[in-house]
Design a protein around this ligand. Structure first.
Ligand code: C2E
Ligand code: CA
Ligand code: CA
Length: 784
């Protein structure tokens, strides 16, 4: 009778038990547990009766276990979970052959020893036949009896018929379960379509796609990888059931024919099935990784766009060698298609959003997005009390480039400049294109000094931009910055302030940055003053005082120096030493300085009219103010409107105004002297290059700084310096004013040196112009 010793060969047995196709069918039965199958009892009982044996068994086998699904007439001990190690029985050898296995008398087969299995029960005759589903032997039906028996062909045929009946029943069950799972997949996919239509986040959609496959076949673990079409790298899309460390290891791999199944599927754009990673050269370099995570197979399906372009891959892994069934392939293709639809839809939406919020020429955020980001940034600054800076960048000569070199070159310049600006800011800062040649930078949580540094970097970077090889037409930028502390302004106001500061930069000739007013909410004193300064002129918070200038010898008052005073309603009086530098930095000095010129000229003329005494007028002009293109017009206007003769006007500047060789400064000096006004160097002796300047620059006189006067007459070095300076100035034909004279000793000392004009508390404190009449009154008759 059929007895094939070969089927007892251990390797053959192991191979048969581990056959992946066999296991696949077995798993699809869903019956791999200790639950008895009562419907099989009927067949087992029939088999026992038909073959007149006391014992019949129906078993299923996976690699490790024998599952006893139906037990008839067996007196041996059966574990409660009804599973046993297969080597305890003979039934496993049924699996390793395709024909029935019959043992007439186990005692005649020494290789069996005593018949294994129902050991001790004396079951010596055994006949078993495989239960085959889809061509795979997944289990056995056997009968056994105590007495030896010569099995007949028809016995075994009968046994095979019963096995087939059981197999049919299992097939039906698999079909029903497959149908149910397939229905679930279809339902899942319908739901996913709805998610896609509702623009759910891509990651969520992809996750659902993966889960639908994992639900369909719980032994699979899926992953969607997204292809970066430019870099040709793959990136995590969704993999809810794969270990994070595995995902991290394959993140960013460059695709290629040998880069695992997914790398190859993305590379070729075709399905790449690897049934056993251990045997697949594409996986050779990844084996340590896949072994670590117990991944043994990977089937990868390309995720394709509507145009057939590869968007990514849909890969499924499992822990045993395995190849997909046709049904697997069908569902995986569907899943990959769904993933493709989701990815394309998301890219299309992103593209739309991007187009609505970005400038097509430079790719930078546009005005819409800028205001959105700025509004949020201001809200954050308000919540956290942090400082935020807005920089307004305007190109100085883009129109010239457009007009002379054409708009294509202009566009090129804009793109180049956009990159340069973006390269000058910190990583989190927003750079937006605001308009034609205007850009805006929003820098959150930043110190004013750092913002100024960014502004300087931008100015420098833009100046290095070279348009289409055209010499002399490279653009420069004017940058206005505003600092907002605690953000209690809206986005439009913030931009307006930066814009205003930008105009200040432009006014000075461009290629520089200027700082606008800060919003001083809760800021330090400096920012507070800066904020308070805004609009102070319009609110009429300034006034001028006059400090007498007297002739040394006669001590007669021949002029005044106009000094600016500011009283803010909240801050009270703020000294010029504090607010003048701020006004200079913000550009406010231009308007303020023009006002001082107008007011002081008018006030001086009014005093002259009231007293009949002509007076010289000293006005302080800051370096920045002097460079301003509108300075001369303001000066001429002040003289004309008031009627003060130019010869009475003394412009006081500090030597910093004369450092370097700024053409605008030189021009202003030449022009004002051409009008007949005079120029004196204020605070003389405090700088470095004073003496050479005295010789080289077109100045009419100097004012010896009050720090030297303060040491007189006791401090010998002050005395020596003052003496030398006076001698030198006179030798060069310059007049000398000594300021800060508080004592008669100082006055006498300086008089002895031959100084021309005296100024100081001794001779008169700064006072309202209206009070000058009282000081001047006694001398009235002298010069009418
Ligand atoms: P400055 O041009 O050197 O003005 C002289 C300063 O010395 C004034 O201070 C004046 O009050 C002070 N002073 C006069 N006599 C004496 C004295 O005997 N003893 C002492 N200790 N001090 C004396 P003030 O008014 O506080 O002005 C400070 C600075 O502010 C000025 O220095 C000037 O650089 C600037 N400033 C004032 N008004 C204006 C203006 O309208 N425009 C510009 N650009 N700067 C101005
Ligand atoms: Ca002065
Ligand atoms: Ca001075």
């Amino acid at each position: 009778m059929p007895y094939d010793p070969e089927r007892f060969h251990p390797e053959r047995l192991a191979a048969a038990l581990a056959d992946p196709d066999r296991l696949d069918v077995l798993h699809r039965t869903g019956m791999l547990d200790g639950t008895p199958e009562e419907s099989f009892d009927r067949w087992a009982a029939l088999a026992a009766r038909a073959l007149r044996t006391p014992v019949a068994l129906v078993s299923l086998f996976d690699e490790q276990r024998q599952y006893l699904k139906s037990i008839i007439g067996f007196d041996g001990a059966v574990p409660t979970n009804r599973t046993i190690a297969p080597e305890l029985g003979i039934c496993q050898y049924v699996i390793s052959g395709s024909a029935p296995l019959a043992v007439d008398d186990a005692r005649e087969h020494p290789e069996l020893g005593e018949i294994r299995g129902p050991r001790g029960l004396g079951l010596h005759a055994y006949a078993g036949t495989p239960i085959c589903v889809d061509g795979q032997a997944i289990g056995s039906l056997c009968v056994a009896q105590h007495d030896p028996r010569q099995w007949q062909g028809e016995d075994l045929e009968m046994l095979a018929d019963f096995a087939e009946a059981i197999a049919s029943e299992i097939s039906l069950r698999i079909a029903a379960m497959d149908l149910q799972r397939a229905n679930t997949v279809v339902e899942d996919h319908n739901r996913i379509h709805e998610l896609i239509a509702a623009d759910a986040p891509l990651e969520d959609v992809l996750r659902e796609v993966v889960l639908s496959i994992e639900n369909f076949d719980p032994r699979l673990r899926g992953s969607v990888l997204l292809l970066d079409p430019v870099l040709r790298t793959i990136h995590h899309g969704a993999a809810p059931s794969l270990p994070a460390s595995y995902i991290a290891q394959i993140e960013g791999l460059v695709i290629g024919p040998d880069v695992g199944s997914c790398g190859a599927a993305a590379y070729h754009g075709t399905e790449i099935v690897s049934g056993d990673l251990e045997l697949d050269p594409k996986w050779a370099t990844f084996l340590p990784l896949t072994r670590e995570h117990e991944l043994r197979h990977c089937w990868s399906f390309p995720v394709l766009g509507a145009a057939g372009d590869v968007l990514g891959t849909f890969g499924v892994y499992g822990s045993e060698p395995r190849t997909p069934t046709e049904q697997h392939r069908g569902f995986l293709r569907d899943a990959a298609r769904l993933a493709g639809i989701a990815i394309e839809r998301q890219r299309a939406t992103e593209e739309l959003v991007h187009r609505a919020t970005h400038d097509p020429l430079t790719g930078l955020p546009n005005r819409t997005l800028l205001f959105d980001r700025l509004t949020h940034a201001l809200a954050r600054a308000r919540r956290s009390g942090t400082t935020l800076s807005v920089l307004f960048v305007d190109l100085d000569r883009l129109k010239l480039v457009n007009d002379t070199l054409g708009h294509d070159v202009g566009d090129e310049v804009l793109r180049d400049v956009a990159e340069r600006i973006a390269g000058s800011v910190r990583p989190g800062d927003t750079v937006a294109r605001f308009g034609g040649d205007e850009f805006i930078v929003v820098a959150e949580d930043i110190e004013p000094d750092d913002a100024a540094m960014i502004a300087e970097r931008i100015v420098g970077a833009v100046a290095e931009a070279v348009p289409g090889g055209a010499d002399g037409l490279s653009p420069t930028a004017s940058v206005g910055m505003t600092v907002i502390v605690g953000g209690d302004v809206d986005a439009h106001e913030a931009v307006r302030r930066a814009d205003e500061a930008m105009y200040a930069a432009k006014d000075e000739g461009g290629n520089r940055h200027r700082r606008g007013f800060a919003d001083g909410d809760g800021a330090g004193r400096r920012l507070e003053v800066e904020a308070a300064l805004r609009g102070a002129l319009d609110r009429g918070e300034f006034h001028l005082v006059a400090q007498p200038l007297a002739e040394f010898n006669s001590q007669k008052i021949v002029g005044v120096e106009a000094l600016l005073r500011w009283t803010h309603p909240a801050l009270g009086p703020v000294g010029p030493d504090e607010f003048i530098p701020i006004a200079e930095e913000t550009g406010y000095i231009d308007a303020l300085g023009a006002w001082v010129l107008r007011e002081s000229c008018a006030a001086t003329v009014a005093v002259t009219r009231a007293t009949g005494r002509p007076l010289e007028l000293g006005v302080n002009v800051s370096p920045r103010q002097l460079r301003h293109p509108a300075f001369l017009a303001a000066l001429e206007g002040a003289l004309e409107d008031s009627g003060l003769p130019a010869s009475a006007l003394i412009v006081e500047i500090t030597e910093t105004a004369l450092l370097g060789s700024d053409p605008a400064t030189a021009h202003a000096i030449a022009e004002l002297r051409g009008l007949g006004a005079r120029l004196v160097l204020d605070d003389f002796g405090t700088g470095f290059s004073s003496l050479s300047m005295l010789k080289e620059r077109p100045i009419d006189g100097i004012k010896i700084d009050r720090s030297f006067v303060a040491g007189l007459p006791s401090d010998a070095s002050s005395g020596a310096i003052v003496a030398a300076v006076v001698g030198m100035a006179h030798a060069l034909g310059r007049t000398v004013t000594a300021e800060g004279i508080e004592t008669s000793e100082q006055l006498a000392f300086l008089q002895a040196l031959g100084c021309d004009l005296a100024q100081g508390y001794l001779l008169g404190r700064p006072m309202p112009f209206a009070q000058l009449a009282n000081v001047l009154a006694p001398d009235t008759p002298e010069r009418a």
